[in-house]
Design a protein around this ligand. Structure first.
Ligand code: GLU
Ligand code: ASP
Length: 499
């Protein structure tokens, strides 16, 4: 048995293997840590776009709408891009458990900064804290879920599904609590609640990790040697200085404007995953079978980018649509636009068990991984075509019945359930073993790329252009879905037995 296998066994042996719905006790800790982290993230996201474009007299920052929508996308992109830094730091310097702890602290501080009335500079400080914090916490807390089960444990996939429920439960209640308080009492109060949520997550983590997680997260998988440390720190130091000089020159000379920054994130969104694929493919540690699987993963990754581009616009374009285009007095109640953000996670919670049942029932007859991805894209495309209809029927000045939005959020979730849980497990199966520790970050890079692209395209959206906007994006997703479906048997061949 190799050292790594030995280490893995020791970790599993140190985690009480029962105690949370028939799952290892550690899942309780991870579930609630991530529940509260997602509560703070999605709570903040439910009010962020309004905070940015509401006028100063209404407590907002007074940005124009299109800038606000682009910033939310950039933000979302960086939050998942920074996962590669968080994954690397955990793997090579301090281990996942510390990464989760430091990440939680940075996130909490980020929300705290926003909870005081401030200016645009403070807003950007908070953004940096939350981007770095989430990069440390999110991929690492997810990868500890994998560590608490032995490789042959049949509860593993179910464990990930329970964890996924935790994510969506946090995402469900956040807009109702943070959203309601933020929109009715004041944005800063809302952000304050997000900070409290992260504090609760940290408390759960710190108070229960010793007992529930044992050694999980405490071992540095592939520590830097003394010589490597020196080299890495020198390179990082030089890079930081160069970057600082570059920024110091670029801002006053007008080279680094908001527009160029958006373009830069767009480029990074594509360049980072592409380099990842090249490095994995060319690594001497990657076997021939693994190379073939990387080829299979590329179309799936592209499909995933297209899917998240639409899903994540639920928090930007559709949030704007909820605020500006929708009747908010409905059935005798006043609906807060932020509440629409609860619909996606609500439908996930309600429908995930149905899908799990469906896959089990279909057994061997269930669609293959590329076919499921193709369905994911199909539903995503349809969700945009559906929201084009109210303008087609009633023109783009009349306020729209909120049930249209509900329907659109429901349809995208049908796709999400075909693609998201499947994608995560497919990533862990298709990535080369030598890169397995970074697979979580790799998967999140598809979302990062999607939101980087969104930042470029959201400016084409206005109520006047909405039919064209939803039509082109929805139509593209459907065309890609059909292509993927036709390529599915070929892709399966490249997967070399992974199902
Ligand atoms: N809604 C998912 C989450 O917050 C999105 C992340 C992903 O790209 O899988 O976990
Ligand atoms: N469904 C998303 C995720 O899985 C949550 C959301 O968009 O609110 O976390």
């Amino acid at each position: 048995m190799s050292d790594i296998d030995n280490q893995k066994q020791q970790i599993v042996a140190s985690v009480p293997q029962k105690g949370f719905f028939g799952h290892p006790k550690g899942l309780f800790t991870l579930f609630f840590t991530e529940f509260w982290e997602r509560f703070s993230y999605y709570g903040m996201r439910a009010i962020l776009v309004y905070y940015m474009y509401y006028e100063v007299s209404k407590g907002g920052l007074g940005f124009d709408e299109s800038t606000a929508l682009a910033i939310v996308s950039i933000y979302g992109s960086l939050v998942y891009m920074s996962g590669i830094i968080g994954g690397w730091l955990a793997d090579r310097i301090f281990g996942t458990s510390k990464a989760v702890f430091y990440g939680g602290i940075l996130i909490m501080l980020g929300h705290l900064v926003l909870s005081f009335p401030g200016n645009i500079s403070l807003f950007f400080v908070s953004m940096i804290l939350i981007v770095l914090g989430t990069g440390l916490l999110k991929p690492n807390v997810s990868s500890v879920v994998g560590d608490i089960y032995s490789p042959t444990d049949h509860r593993r996939d179910a464990g990930f599904s329970i964890f996924y429920m935790g994510i969506n439960m946090g995402a469900f209640i956040a807009p109702l609590i943070v959203g309601t308080v933020g929109m009715n009492v004041g944005f800063h109060m809302g952000f304050g609640l997000a900070a409290v949520g992260m504090l609760l997550g940290l408390a759960v983590f710190m108070l229960t990790k010793k007992k529930n997680l044992g050694l999980a997260g405490t071992i540095v998988a592939n520590p830097l040697s003394q010589a490597e440390k020196k080299k890495v720190f020198t390179t990082m130091g030089i890079a930081a200085v160069l970057l600082a000089i570059l920024v110091a020159i670029a801002i006053p000379t007008g080279l680094l404007t908001f527009k160029t920054f958006i373009a830069l994130v767009g480029v990074l969104g594509i360049v980072i995953p592409t380099s990842y694929f090249i490095v994995m493919y060319r690594s001497p540690k990657t076997t021939a079978v693994e190379k073939s699987r990387i080829i299979a993963y590329i179309p799936l990754f592209i499909a995933s980018v297209m899917f998240w581009a639409i899903q994540e616009q639920g928090a930007t374009i559709l949030a704007n649509y909820a605020d500006k285009r929708t009747q908010l007095e409905f059935a005798g109640i006043h609906i807060s636009p932020a509440w629409f953000q609860s619909l996606n996670p609500l439908f996930i919670i309600l429908l995930a068990p149905v899908f799990a049942w469906l896959w089990v029932k279909l057994g061997n007859r269930q669609p293959s991984i590329p076919q499921k991805f193709s369905f994911g894209l199909l539903f995503a495309g349809l969700s945009f075509l559906v929201i084009l209809l109210p303008a087609y029927i009633g023109g783009h000045s009349a306020l729209v019945n909120p049930l249209w939005l509900v329907l659109s959020y429901l349809i995208v979730v049908l796709g999400e359930l075909c693609l998201s849980p499947v994608g995560l497990s497919a990533t862990t199966k298709l990535a080369p073993v030598a890169f397995s520790a970074q697979t979580m970050s790799l998967w999140f890079l598809s979302n990062a790329a999607a939101q980087a692209i969104n930042a470029q395209i959201v400016r084409f959206y206005t109520p006047d252009t909405e039919m064209l906007y939803f039509g082109v994006i929805g139509g593209t997703a459907i065309v890609l879905s059909v292509i993927l479906f036709m390529l599915a048997p070929k892709i399966e061949g490249f997967m070399k037995g992974v199902r």
